[in-house]
Design a protein. Structure first.
Lengths: 113, 597
């Protein structure tokens, strides 16, 4: 039991050390259904932006949340703020999310689920 | 005046309602109006949050601050202090750390997700499925550690029995009993199997569960192995799920590295390992004895039971088989306790059930709701109702083994017994909504075609009977139905149900029999009046040009058999003797001037 507590603490530390708490967390849905709907391309946009110097963002993938007709989905989670969930995200929308939401902090209401 | 927007979630589950949650909400809304901040606040209702003893519950976002045990006089204080002054009322805040709440933190404020209750899918959409760290952070493998260090195998089985969990693969056999039978066998060699051979058309619960959170399935299986005294687990999954297989493989490797799988797990004397076995996608291999044959390397064919796999399963050894969703529930039962788990659901069915909501419904997707939720709540609440203003006709549950339920069953509370009583089954969780544009005879025909194709051929009634049923149904949809066909279908169906060995055959006639029972008039119309009210059976239709035809010629151009005639800018006509009813003219017409009658 102690061992598992230790393991969990280590795991949490590893996640935090990747910048989990201090920044905006972006989750892209990457299950079969979401990939079919085009989430790989969306993921690529975020990865590309980070490679080109976008900072303060913790990018991660996640499984299917189950909102099939609005896939691909992207969540932006910030500590202390209401999590924002975008639906039907295309590469274009992803670029706009980066510009408007991640850089300027503006929630793009019309794409929110 | 609060300068930022708050999102409030009120629990609207039956437990909270008993504690006057609705009255509290009304009071609260009055307070909001009194302070004139209602426009800064968004209010959501959620389904049961599983904290019924502490109701009414209110969650305030941002911050995910949860209030409980609320009394009427608290409304004014929360509005004044928290929403106006921005100081949460600490004396009313409750700390609850149930596993499923993690999902709710992110998704709880939307209509679609908020009304769900996620236990099996608690991490799907929350964590990165390929990182064991993410799972560990969500108290992953804590249930395993608890079981290995603090519980005897017998206690684990008692806990699962007490939780009231039943098999989520469809039949609903009490999971704890199954574990107990397998544990009782004295053979030192035993197996644990995860049945991930999901084959119902339109169902994807297991795939999503594995792709979203593979470790929870592994953890459930290891606990199962400990409880029954097995050293080897096998996941039988279809090769058509490459991503799920890849994530499972990664999860198994990670778990081995961290010491959750393999020799001497977490430093105890217990050793257990899991391997993956790929299936080739035969529907019948979801049946447990056929599945076992397939793992053994034989053709996937069921055998008579008893002996049940718990006595003589894989390689003749005692074997514990459970479905993906069942396994995913196990860690939650261990951590949050059987008492908590058994408070959710109905008298006979505990916990939640995942459904793949599909068909003619606005919000399609994965839905996990407490047992006892009505079909209406799922279809019209979470699902958002039927699109395009169409009328609801029926809902098909349980895939090819299930049945179609018409409107009068919409208020059925979902559990194993009530669905069976209504003439359908729980099944593994397919839920297809049908609107007035779908023909029930064709629907039945589709499912029979599927089961006919997937029948392994061992039992004559299933192999030949479904074939004959398909022939009759095909005839009816082609307008060649004969008087007496319905009775023949009923007779055949009952016979196949009674004389087949396995679940596939026993349930294959269900879609036909249930549509005959509930929509007999549609069958009769097809046979006697040669009419299809949903206008789907093209053989029973004729295409007619109506008076609003402008003579554009679009239909004439697309007709492959030159059945359309008429001069430009004059009304065209279709020669019924030439028409092959392909429907291309209907699709081509921009003026809705062609009618199917």
């Amino acid at each position: 039991m102690d061992l598992i507590r230790k393991k969990r603490a280590e795991a949490v530390n590893r996640i935090i050390s990747k910048g989990y708490l201090s920044t905006k967390r972006v989750y892209v849905g990457m299950a079969t259904c979401e990939i079919a709907a085009g989430s790989k391309e969306v993921m690529a946009v975020f990865q590309d932006a980070i490679a080109k110097g976008l900072t303060d963002v913790y990018l991660s993938q996640k499984g299917c949340a189950g909102r099939c007709n609005l896939e691909p989905t992207v969540e932006v989670v910030e500590e202390g703020k209401i999590p924002v969930k975008y639906g039907l995200v295309t590469p274009e929308r992803a670029r706009e999310i980066i510009e408007r939401h991640l850089k300027k902090g503006e929630v793009i209401q019309e794409w929110v689920i | 005046m609060a300068d930022k927007q708050y999102k409030l979630t009120f629990c609207d589950g039956s437990g909270c309602l008993k504690n006057h949650a609705r009255e509290f909400r009304q009071l609260f809304e009055e307070e909001l109006r009194r302070h004139q901040i209602q426009q800064n606040v968004q209010i959501h209702l959620s389904g049961c949050l599983g904290m019924c003893t502490k109701g009414p519950i209110l969650i305030v976002n941002p911050g995910y601050i949860m209030y409980g045990n609320l009394r009427p006089e608290d409304a004014a204080e929360i509005v004044q202090e928290h929403l106006v002054n921005g100081r949460p009322v600490s004396r009313l805040i409750i700390q609850e750390d149930h596993l499923y709440n993690r999902f709710f933190r992110i998704f709880g404020d939307s209509e679609f997700f908020g009304r769900q209750m996620r236990i099996a899918l608690r991490n799907c959409g929350v964590i990165d499925p390929e990182k064991i760290d993410d799972y560990l952070a969500m108290r992953g493998y804590e249930a395993l550690a608890k079981v290995l260090t603090e519980m005897t195998p017998q206690q684990v089985i008692e806990e699962v029995k007490k939780s009231g969990l039943r098999g989520r693969g469809g039949a609903g056999f009490p999971t704890g009993l199954k574990w107990e039978y397998t544990a009782k066998q004295s053979d030192p060699e035993k197996y644990v199997i995860c049945n991930a051979d999901e084959g119902d058309p339109g169902a994807f619960m297991d795939r999503s569960a594995i792709e979203g959170d593979p470790h929870t399935v592994l953890e459930g299986m290891i606990i199962g192995g400990y409880a029954i005294g097995s050293r080897q687990g096998i996941i039988y999954i279809r090769a058509e799920y490459p991503l799920a297989v890849q994530r499972l493989k990664k999860a198994i490797e990670d778990a081995r590295r961290e010491g959750f799988l393999g020799e001497r797990i977490l430093g105890t004397d217990f050793s257990f390992d899991i391997r993956i076995c790929l299936g080739a996608g035969a529907f019948v291999c979801g049946e447990e004895t056929a599945l076992i044959h397939s793992i053994e390397g034989f053709r996937g064919m069921p055998r008579p039971r008893p002996p049940y796999p718990s006595v003589s399963g894989l390689f003749g050894k005692p074997t514990l088989i459970n479905n993906v969703e069942t396994w995913a529930n196990i860690p939650v039962i261990i951590i949050d306790g059987a008492d908590w788990f058994s408070r959710i659901g109905t008298a006979t069915s505990k916990g939640t059930k995942v459904f793949a909501l599909a068909g003619k419904v606005r919000n399609t997707g994965l839905v996990e709701v407490p047992m006892g939720t009505t079909l209406r709540d799922i279809i019209f609440g979470i699902g958002g109702g039927i699109p395009n203003g169409k009328k609801f006709k029926a809902v098909q549950t349980g895939g090819p083994s299930g049945g179609c339920l018409p409107e009068k069953y919409l208020d059925t509370q979902i559990d194993y017994e009530s669905l069976a009583k209504a003439g359908s089954i729980m099944g593994s969780g397919g839920m297809i909504v049908i609107d007035e544009d779908s023909c029930m005879v064709r629907m039945a025909r589709f499912f029979v075609e599927f089961t006919q194709d997937e029948s392994c051929g061992k039992c004559t009634p299933c192999r030949e009977g479904t074939k004959r049923m398909l022939e009759i149904l095909t005839r009816i949809t082609r307008g060649q139905g004969k008087p007496g066909d319905i009775e023949k279908l009923e007779r055949l169906g009952t016979m196949i149900q009674k004389a087949s060995l396995c679940g596939l055959g026993q349930s294959a006639p269900n879609p036909v029999l249930s549509t005959i029972r509930n929509f007999r008039e549609e069958y009769e119309e097809h046979i006697h009046q040669k009419k299809c009210r949903a206008r789907e059976c093209t053989a029973l239709l004729s295409f007619v040009v109506q008076d609003n035809c402008v003579g554009c010629g679009a239909c004439k151009r697309v007709c492959p058999v030159n059945a359309v005639s008429g001069n430009r800018k004059e009304k065209h006509s279709i020669n019924p003797n030439l028409c092959i009813k392909c429907g291309q003219c209907y699709d081509a017409c921009k003026f809705n001037a062609i009618a199917k009658v």
